[in-house]
Design a protein around this ligand. Structure first.
Ligand SMILES: Cc1cc2nc3c(=O)[nH]c(=O)nc-3n(C[C@H](O)[C@H](O)[C@H](O)COP(=O)(O)O)c2cc1C
Length: 215
C-alpha cells in the first residue's frame, strides 16, 4: 500500500502484461468513474470497451493501417502543432525533450507501441453527443480521469491516448455507435508490465506558475 495520494501514484502505463481483466472489475471501474461531476448531472459520456478478440482485432487493424501509412483523422480535431498557445506549447516541448532524453536509443519503441495500441488487453472509447459544448468535454474528461484513478485503485494501469481514436471507422466496425455520438477519447487499460516504457515520469509546472489565490 502506497502512502502517496492516488493522484500521485497514477502515471501513464504504456506496456501491459498478458493478464486479462475480468468484466466484473471493468464494470466496477466504470461504475466508480460514473461518480464524476457533470453540468447539472448531464452525464454526457458513454463508454465502449473492447476486450478479448475484439480488442485483438482492433489492435491488428490499427497496426495494419499504420503499416499502410493510412492517413488518420478524428471526430474531434486537436490543434495543429503551431496553433497551441505559448504556455501549453512550452509544456509540450518540455515533455518531448524529457521523453527523448529518458528513452535515449529506445525512443523508437515509444513510437512503436502506439501503433499496436500498446498491446493493451482493454481498449476503452469514450463518446459524447455530437452537438455537445465544451462543458460536456470538461465532463467527459472528468469521467476519463475517474476511470484512470479507479483503475489505479484496482491495481491496473492505463493511458489516455489520442492514438486510439485516429481511425474512427475501425471503432465503428467494432461497436454499434449511434450517429449522434462523437468518439472523443480512448484509454488503453490493463495490468502493467515490468517495462522501461512504464518508467517515464513527467513533472508539473511549479505550483505558483498556475495557481492564483486572492484572499
Ligand atoms: C488527451 C490526451 C491524449 C493523449 N494521447 C496520447 C497518445 O496518443 N499516446 C501516448 O503515448 N500518450 C498519450 N497521452 C498521455 C500523456 O502523454 C500523459 O498523460 C502526459 O505526458 C502526462 O504523463 P502521466 O500521465 O504519466 O502523468 C495523452 C493524454 C491525454 C490527456
Amino acid at each position: 500500500m502506497s502512502d502517496q495520494p492516488l493522484t500521485s501514484q497514477r502515471h501513464a502505463t504504456r506496456a501491459f502484461s498478458d493478464r486479462s481483466v475480468n468484466h466484473t472489475t471493468l464494470r466496477t471501474i466504470i461504475k466508480e468513474a460514473q461518480a464524476a461531476p457533470s453540468w447539472e448531472n448531464t452525464q454526457p459520456w458513454k463508454a465502449y470497451l473492447a476486450t478479448g478478440q475484439v480488442a485483438k482485432h482492433l489492435r491488428q487493424s490499427h497496426l495494419e493501417r499504420n503499416r499502410q501509412g493510412q492517413k488518420s483523422w478524428t471526430e474531434v480535431m486537436p490543434l495543429k502543432k503551431d496553433q497551441w498557445a505559448a504556455f501549453p506549447q512550452a509544456n509540450l516541448d518540455a515533455w518531448r525533450q524529457n521523453m527523448l532524453a529518458f528513452y535515449g536509443d529506445d525512443a523508437p519503441k515509444f513510437a512503436a507501441v502506439q501503433r499496436d495500441l500498446f498491446n493493451a488487453p482493454v481498449l476503452a472509447y469514450l463518446t459524447m453527443p455530437k452537438d455537445s459544448s465544451a462543458y460536456s468535454a470538461y465532463d467527459l474528461g472528468a469521467f476519463g480521469y475517474g476511470i484512470l484513478l479507479a483503475a489505479q485503485n484496482h491495481g491496473l494501469g492505463g493511458v489516455p491516448a489520442y492514438e486510439l481514436v485516429r481511425y474512427p471507422e475501425e471503432i465503428h466496425q467494432a461497436f454499434d455507435i449511434p450517429d449522434d455520438q462523437v468518439i472523443f477519447m480512448g484509454l488503453a487499460l490493463g495490468y502493467p508490465a515490468d517495462s522501461k516504457l512504464n518508467q517515464l515520469r513527467t513533472t508539473r509546472r511549479p505550483l505558483d506558475d498556475i495557481l492564483t489565490i486572492a484572499d
